[in-house]
Design a protein around this ligand. Structure first.
Ligand code: C2E
Ligand code: MG
Ligand code: MG
Length: 764
């Protein structure tokens, strides 16, 4: 991966990381918001619940006070008349007082229709009083009672008692008519008792009953509430909070809000009492019951902040490391430690860039011959110095746009822009010479030598071009290693193809023989005068699969070299015998089959025995098999060959000399070895056919004549036209073989084409 690519990947990574972090922070903020909202709602719910509890208790208290007053009024109704004097009324009130004071009445009054009345307080003595002496709140309640309503007033300051009270009034009937009003006062301390008995949500919380103008009617008796709700001068409430309270007290709905007091966040609930304009107020913190929730929210906040900070620190660290150590990392990643030259990765990276720009290079892999021994002889330290010296020389020699790397151990790969082979050679030789001259670590008398494989980038087209290129370079390198003379070798596609095929052939030959991939094709040998079939030649075909057939000229030379031809030829003799047996068994008249024999066979000690054994296995008389030997063999060792031929003749086999005319044999050879047939190479026929080649023609005529004289039949190879037939007939050649009659064809087709028609005509 290139430096640019790494940087842009890193950049992308950081951006993605930041985006992911932002999303996480965003999502967690939303979640926290929701949790906080839910939490606030739960605090509100609890405050409201508690306010409702207060409200119910207040209503219960008021109802029961009013019930008590009503009961007292009923007692008065039964005991008073229109003529009851104020003194009697005072006595009656005194009788009722005990009951009233036990439920918290602090004053009990009776007013008649004319506005005069009596009152009784904790002092004990009834006192005359008039409605007009009462506070506005009490007067209003009395007036409504005179209208027939039983009710409770809002809280008010009673100047006669000197503290806040709530007044109750209920009508008193005489003979069905309202004769007066019974009224009582209850200290607001009773409300304070209720507030204190239930308690606020937490220890810090405070509850109160406030009138709509902000006056405190009653409040919980904790030190925090002393003056807490004084909207005009509270030490606890800010101006903003006082305003919020004033608005909530003026309204008719339950209100919630938050405010800060000192370092506390407080939540407030203001709820109307319902029966008068007073409001129940509860203020609490988020402590106490909500501590757990609050703790979770706090932790979540903390974790969120820590995550954000860690992410930022991480990104900064990555950027810092990238900036500070990027170069060092790249140096380690793309350079060879010992020499400081580029390494293979960097070399391919540069090559990749050049592929894109369609630049053509000669890539040369340079190796030191016997570097292993240099290492052992002169110590690794000195060998390392040699590698460093090579690197220095290469740096000096490469031109702009060229580059090199140290691949492995003693292998350097250079990309040269010079394309001409001779100039490449010249440049490389120059480099080698300079290395030898400048190297001080190895003694001057030690012959350092190099070998080098070169390939053109333009020869590579596959997707994995770098691999393809290096495989070309390696092939050229191994070629250069093998041939000691030329130390610089260029990759050759044709040679490579051949080498590939050779490797394939050698790897597969044994398997191919066992699995029957070698197939016998037959080419007819015709009687030139009669035009009838006189024999067939067995020619091997290697059918790898239906798409690939390999021809003998591709593998026979290889088999001749590696000796496998011996096995193949025995196999072909066996195939020929098998075929003749099949013809005999099918009732057809067999023709002799000629089988090509490698010269290696004739040097096999048990050659004759093995051939005989094969023929006997199929019960084939020897004369059905013609063994074709090459003319060169006769020259090599005529005596041994003649002896072998004699042994074969003894078993009836016939011998043909193949490709006569291609080697250096002379007519004299014919007299030296006892062959039965002479196969004139197709080059003879081709030359004789050209009318100008009179001498050639004459030579061919003489060869045929000599053969006849020696009782050797003649076969002309390469008969391709009717003219060829005519020419060879005129020359008294006996037989002909060639594409004119047929190409080599599978044995089955040969039988159908050449043997079956003969059999049918014979039947006729
Ligand atoms: P060969 O024995 O001289 O075989 C004749 C070759 O000439 C055959 O090639 C055949 O296909 C070709 N030929 C026949 N008629 C004509 C023609 O009219 N025109 C032309 N241009 N060519 C013709 P093939 O089958 O490719 O065999 C090549 C050579 O390989 C053979 O030459 C023989 O030396 C060798 N060979 C083939 N089969 C065997 C085998 O089983 N064992 C051994 N040791 N050698 C074999
Ligand atoms: Mg032949
Ligand atoms: Mg031949």
């Amino acid at each position: 991966m290139g430096e640019q690519k790494i940087r842009s990947k890193l950049k992308k990574l950081v951006i993605v990381f930041l985006i992911v972090c932002s999303i996480i922070v965003g999502v967690s903020r939303c979640l926290l918001g929701s949790v906080t909202e839910l939490y606030a709602e739960s605090v509100q719910g609890r405050l409201e619940e508690r306010a409702l509890q207060y409200k119910k208790s207040f209503l219960f208290k008021m109802n029961s006070d009013l019930q008590t007053l009503r009961a007292m009024a009923c007692i008065l109704e039964d005991t008073t008349t229109e003529n009851t004097t104020p003194e009697e009324t005072g006595r009656l009130l005194s009788n009722l007082w005990d009951a009233g004071s036990t439920v918290g009445f602090v004053r009990l009054c009776y007013f008649s229709q004319d506005g005069t009345g009596m009152q009784l307080t904790a002092q004990g003595q009834p006192v005359a009083i008039e409605i007009s002496d009462e506070t506005a709140e009490m007067q209003s309640a009395i007036q409504q009672a005179l209208q027939g309503n039983s009710l409770c007033s809002r809280a008010f300051y009673d100047p006669m008692l000197g503290y806040n009270t709530v007044g109750y009034a209920t009508p008193v009937y005489t003979f069905g008519k309202i004769s007066g009003v019974l009224a009582c006062s209850v200290s607001t301390e009773a409300y304070a008792d209720i507030l204190s008995s239930i308690g606020a949500v937490s220890d810090i919380g405070a509850a109160a009953v406030l009138s709509s103008d902000g006056a405190v009617v009653a409040s919980t008796r904790t030190h925090q509430t002393q003056g807490f709700y004084d909207l005009h001068g509270s030490a606890y409430l800010s101006v903003g909070a006082c305003e919020e309270f004033s608005q909530a007290l003026a309204g008719e709905e339950t209100k919630f809000f938050e405010f800060e007091s000192g370092d506390l966040l407080l939540y407030a609930c203001v709820m109307p009492m319902g029966i008068c304009s007073d409001k129940i107020v509860i203020v609490d913190t988020d402590k106490g019951i909500s501590d757990a929730v609050s703790g979770v929210v706090d932790y979540a906040h903390l974790i969120g902040v820590m995550f954000g900070v860690t992410s930022i620190v991480f990104v900064m660290a990555v950027l810092y490391i990238n900036r500070r150590h990027g170069r060092q990392l790249l140096q380690v990643a793309y350079h060879d430690r010992l020499t400081g030259a580029y390494n293979r990765d960097k070399f391919f990276q540069l090559l990749d860039q050049n592929w894109k720009e369609n630049m053509v290079y000669v890539v040369a892999s340079v190796n030191i011959r016997k570097f292993k021994y240099i290492n052992e002889l002169f110590s690794p330290v000195r060998s390392n110095q040699l590698l460093k010296d090579i690197c220095t020389v290469l740096k000096r020699h490469i031109e702009p746009g060229e580059f090199f790397c140290r691949d492995t151990a003693d292998t350097f790969v250079i990309a040269l822009k010079t394309l001409d082979r001779d100039t490449v050679r010249e440049r490389l030789e120059g480099i080698f010479a300079e290395i030898k001259a400048s190297c001080t670590s190895i003694p001057a008398n030690y012959p350092i030598s190099f070998y080098c494989g070169c390939a053109y980038t333009s020869d590579c087209s596959s997707k994995s071009r770098n691999e393809e290129l290096m495989s070309h370079v390696m092939m050229a390198l191994s070629n250069a290693k093998q041939t000691q003379q030329a130390n610089i070798s260029f990759y050759d596609a044709e040679i490579h193809k051949k080498e590939k095929l050779q490797a394939f052939i050698e790897n597969r030959m044994e398997y191919a023989l066992e699995s029957g991939e070698f197939q016998m094709f037959l080419q007819p040998k015709m009687d030139l005068n009669r035009g009838t079939l006189s024999g067939a030649e067995a020619l091997v075909r290697w059918v790898v699969d239906e798409n690939q057939t390999i021809f003998p000229d591709q593998f026979i030379p290889i088999f001749e070299r590696n000796g496998f031809c011996v096995q193949l030829d025995y196999y072909m003799v066996e195939q020929a015998c098998k075929q003749i047996r099949a013809w005999i068994d099918a009732g057809l008249s067999p023709v002799p089959i000629s089988v090509n024999q490698t010269k290696l066979l004739l040097y096999e000690e048990d050659y004759v025995q093995r051939i005989c054994a094969i023929a006997q296995r199929y019960e084939i008389p020897g004369h059905y098999i013609v063994l074709e030997i090459l003319e060169g063999l006769a020259l090599e060792n005529p005596e041994q060959v003649s002896e072998r031929i004699g042994q074969l003749h003894a078993h009836g086999f016939r011998i043909s000399m193949d490709d006569f005319g291609t080697g250096y044999s002379s007519l004299n050879t014919l007299s030296q070895i006892p062959i039965d047939e002479l196969k004139l190479d197709r080059s003879f026929l081709l030359q004789a056919h050209r009318s100008k080649e009179y001498n050639r023609r004459k030579i061919l005529e003489v060869v045929i004549e000599v053969a006849k004289w020696l009782h050797i039949s003649t076969v002309a190879e390469g008969i391709e036209t009717a003219e060829h037939v005519q020419l060879m007939r005129e020359m008294h050649c006996d037989y002909g073989q060639g594409y004119y009659y047929s190409k080599p064809i599978p044995a089955e087709r040969f039988t159908k084409t050449f043997l079956l028609p003969n059999a049918q005509s014979a039947d006729l």
